[in-house]
Design a protein around this ligand. Structure first.
Ligand SMILES: [Zn+2]
Length: 441
């Protein structure tokens, strides 16, 4: 019988000192493993003129270079299928996932039997913290395939003992019908698909998703779930609680999740990942001593067999709250601000696309919630005014709507926008990650 509150209490409530000692011990073992098994990482040690024995502190770790997503992709091009960082033979690989990323060819992520068990153990803590229990009927509304969200989360639902409905994406009507017939209580999906589903259920099937009996929508895979206005919309559409979890396709499906206090996502896996927070501009590691720390998450696996990463730049920008939480979990709490790749700098002011969306959503019900930020040259520097297409909810919106949104964006985010209102349903919907930026160059 699991503890009522924690799935693995000894890890979830471990003191900072004990976590540090555990991580240093595991890091040392992992680095020795990498230097023995991974040509990719052997090169990193040589380039830094270091041996695994030289790393006995976080400061030592910071002397090793970062790994970029492009490095992993290149490693797989040179040495297919899983790259020079594979670290195991194919016979030991039990499954391969693909991470699409925002650009270019996918990178493939292999897991061994050991890695699979570690994922299940680590992710189960997050799903338990969010409130999934054995009496739940869980509708999987994420793609079950190469996508790192589908199968691993399905494994976890079964591990916890809830009832899995492995529906996936591709047929929204089947998903709605299955929720109805099987009396699902939990829906797992992306924030944008949660709202899209509500829209088409109503229009195409005459079904109000708020009456389906879903009591909990678990979202992830894109930042929307952490944005108050997006969450409010999901909760209203489904008449359900919405919780968020954060992960990384190259590292683990979920590493951080909300507890019942719903005040940010606790970092749940200090025994699996070492997380550094860096300044994305300078690469300097930020001290975690302050109550609030902002920066980009950088990950190092602590006991990964296949495709381990060392100082991997996630490009996810977070605000970390290190103060105690009422639930008793000791993991710091993260809020995702956005992808540092997506950051726009307009006349020296940092503007996150998700913040633009939050302002625009404040104009519901006049707007539908769909929008595109149009860039005619690569970011992050963008010359004002920034062109933003915003879909209205009504075919004939109020005459001053564009001007009001423009003024609100200027007041809240301090940049100049050019608003182009577009008619209802004219912006393309997706079942997976919603793209806020459209690149036209
Ligand atoms: Zn908590």
């Amino acid at each position: 019988m699991k503890h009522a509150r924690y799935y693995v209490p000894e890890i979830e409530t471990m003191s900072a000192d004990a976590i540090h000692a555990m991580q240093m011990k595991k890091l040392r073992e992992q680095l020795i493993y990498l230097s023995n098994r991974s040509p990719f990482h052997q090169d990193m040690f040589v380039a830094a003129a270091m041996n695994p024995d030289d790393v006995s502190s976080l400061d030592d770790l910071a002397k090793l270079p970062f790994t970029e997503k492009s490095d992993l992709r290149k490693s797989q091009e040179i040495c297919p299928p899983l790259g020079r960082h594979a670290a195991v033979d194919m016979i030991d690989v039990v499954r391969v996932h693909a991470s699409s990323g925002t650009t270019g060819t996918p990178s493939y992520v292999g897991i061994t039997q050991f890695d699979k068990k570690r994922w299940i153990d680590c992710i189960a803590r997050s799903y338990w913290a969010q409130g999934l229990r054995p009496d739940d009927v869980f509708a999987m509304g994420m793609s079950i395939g190469f996508f790192v969200g589908g199968l691993p989360l399905s494994n976890v639902v079964e591990e916890i003992g809830a009832t899995l409905l492995p529906i996936g994406t591709g047929a929204s009507d089947r998903l709605i019908a299955s929720i109805q017939r099987m009396r699902a209580t939990v829906l797992a999906t992306t924030p944008s698909y949660a709202n899209y589903l509500a829209e088409i259920a109503c229009e195409q099937m005459g079904v109000e998703t708020s009456e389906l009996g879903i009591r909990h929508v678990m979202v992830g895979a894109e930042p929307g779930g952490g944005i108050p206005s997006v969450r409010k919309q999901i909760e209203a559409n489904w008449n359900a609680k919405c919780t968020e979890a954060i992960g990384n396709a190259d590292v683990i499906t979920i590493h951080s999740a909300e507890c019942e206090a719903q005040d940010g996502c606790h970092f749940m896996v200090p025994d699996y990942l070492l997380m550094e927070i860096i300044d994305p501009e300078t690469g300097v590691v930020q001290s975690m001593a302050a109550p609030t720390v902002e920066g980009e998450m950088v990950f190092t696996h602590l006991d990964r067999q296949c495709n381990p990463v060392l100082r991997f730049r996630s490009r996810d920008q977070v605000v970390v709250d290190t103060t105690p939480c009422s639930c008793g979990r000791t993991g710091p709490r993260l809020r995702c601000i956005g992808r540092s790749d997506d950051l726009l700098i307009v006349r020296g002011v940092n503007v996150w696309p998700s913040a633009i969306r939050d302002v625009v959503l404040g104009f519901q019900p006049e707007v539908s919630g769909e929008l595109r930020i149009i860039l005619d040259q690569p970011g992050p520097m963008v010359a004002p005014p920034v062109l933003i297409q915003i879909e209205t909810a009504d075919a004939s919106p109020a005459g001053n709507l564009a001007e009001r949104i423009k003024q609100e964006l200027r007041a809240k985010l301090i940049f100049s926008a050019q608003i182009e209102l577009v008619s209802p349903k004219s912006l393309k919907r997706t079942e997976m990650k919603a793209a806020l930026i459209e690149h036209r160059y």
